[in-house]
Design a protein around this ligand. Structure first.
Ligand code: SF4
Length: 444
């Protein structure tokens, strides 16, 4: 069966799988889901049959064929690879030697590691821990103290020029870097030493990329990110990819790792060294609330009616229009949700200096979202008027007031005057009569 056939078969064959279930939520998700199912089917039908040894090899490692294919298709989709490249990804990952990785954690909160270990669909740790050797990582390594440091030095010596260096956390430069030391050595000294023999570097999280929270004004520790150190010549220049976010998406870390393991290089990046497939669009452009932004329907308070209806959070300070990230597509917790979907504005955590851009709940530019207040208040009044009509008038009149023969502009006046005996029992206030009038006008 060729790829052309797969395009038809895949959506049927995969009904019930994670991706197929997502079809229909929004256009972007639909596209992502559809391309993933196609990619998966392509690999399933065109690549795997040519490599029976690969299937045997995977089962020997305790990895199911389906989980492996699923991971490759997800990684390919996240990185926007063409279907042809997926075959290479499968073959390279299936046969690759384990890549040595040294992971340095500096001024950070362990959120980036936490994010990485929560990778899903499939459980990336099940797969990737078979493809790389995590030789040094404070949180995940078994040894500690001198043993841990000697494991790092040993790995650096054995894999000189071949290991991958991952950094999370910012590097303090003030007062000679004394604000953060490991084994008595400053973060800068350790990074310099590890960077010399690294084949490439991944900066994970906004702290390692831009300085993050430690660099927030007045930046008492003189915190900077990895790229700034390379530009200043304080550490060796190596191929670098930046994955900002506080923390970054789990799938961003795992898919970039998979790409590097398979192809020996990073995916295409923008001028801030961020993968284009993940950071090429703003959160706003792919937000599920974007429709309401265009309709000028904004939440004004966290508990107002707009909040309950899922309207746009721009007035509450949402930074989605300025923030480049893929949260709205890949989400968190196994693709369940992301902050905006849960009702909280985007804080812009993947952009430089996000802590110092004024209050998180201050609107970026209120003139962007001028709302026709008079129109809005008329809508509210009509809605109240509808309740009054349905609670009081339908006992004598049609449920559709459009059938009334009296001019709707006259009805509040007639009710106020008390000239119609049967209406005297209603006893509406002036405000209620205005609301009823708005509703009746809206139905004519
Ligand atoms: S909630 Fe934020 S990201 Fe979403 S449409 Fe509104 S402003 Fe844009």
């Amino acid at each position: 069966m060729g790829f052309r056939d797969c395009q038809v078969v895949a959506p049927i064959a995969l009904v019930g799988c994670d991706w197929a279930r997502r079809i229909g939520r929004c256009y972007h998700e639909y596209r992502a889901a559809y391309s993933r199912t196609n990619v998966l089917a392509y690999v399933h039908c065109s690549v795997m049959p040519k490599h029976p040894a690969l299937t045997r090899d995977l089962s020997g490692r305790g990895i199911s064929r389906r989980a492996f294919l699923k991971f490759c298709s997800v990684a390919a989709s996240v990185l926007a690879l063409p279907p042809e490249a997926v075959g290479s990804l499968v073959e390279s990952l299936g046969h690759s030697a384990r890549l040595p990785i040294i992971w340095l954690s500096f001024q950070e909160c362990t959120g980036c590691t936490e994010s990485f270990t929560r990778s899903h669909a499939p459980a990336v740790e099940d797969l990737l821990f078979d493809y790389f050797s995590l030789d040094y990582h404070h949180t995940l390594q078994a040894p500690s103290g001198a043993d841990a440091e000697s494991a790092r030095l040993d790995s650096m010596r054995r894999f000189q020029g071949r290991y991958l260096l991952i950094v999370d956390g910012s590097i303090p430069l003030a007062r000679g870097g004394v604000y953060s030391t490991i084994g008595g050595r400053t973060n800068l000294a350790m990074l310099k030493e590890c960077g010399e023999g690294a084949a490439a570097v991944i900066a994970v999280g906004s702290c390692a990329v831009f300085g993050g929270l430690p660099a927030a004004s007045p930046n008492p520790t003189g915190a900077v990110g990895v790229l700034a150190l390379m530009e200043q010549g304080l550490i060796a220049k190596r191929p670098l990819v930046n994955l900002p976010g506080c923390p970054p998406l789990p799938i961003a870390i795992s898919s970039v790792l998979a790409h590097y393991i398979a192809f020996g290089r990073f995916p295409a990046v923008d001028d801030m060294q961020r993968p284009l497939s993940l950071y090429g669009n703003t959160v706003h452009e792919r937000c599920s609330r974007f429709r309401f932004f265009e309709e000028r329907k904004f939440v004004k308070q966290f508990d107002d009616e707009g909040a309950r209806k899922g309207w746009c959070l721009y007035l509450l300070g949402c930074r989605g229009p300025l923030t480049h990230n893929a949260c709205a597509v890949h989400k968190w917790n196994q693709g369940t949700s992301f902050p905006i979907e849960s009702g909280h504005p985007c804080l812009g955590c993947a952009e430089p200096g996000f802590w110092d851009r004024g209050g998180f709940y201050r609107c970026i530019d209120e003139t962007e979202c001028t709302v026709d207040e008079s129109h809005e208040s008329r809508e509210d009044a009509a809605s109240e008027g509808q309740n009054l009509y349905e609670d009081n008038c339908v006992y004598c009149h049609s449920i559709d007031p459009g059938a009334l023969r009296t001019d709707p502009n006259q009805i509040p006046h007639l009710l106020r005057s008390g000239e119609i005996r049967s209406h005297r029992r209603l006893q509406f206030s002036d405000e209620q009569l205005d609301q009823l009038g708005e509703y009746l006008k809206s139905r004519k």
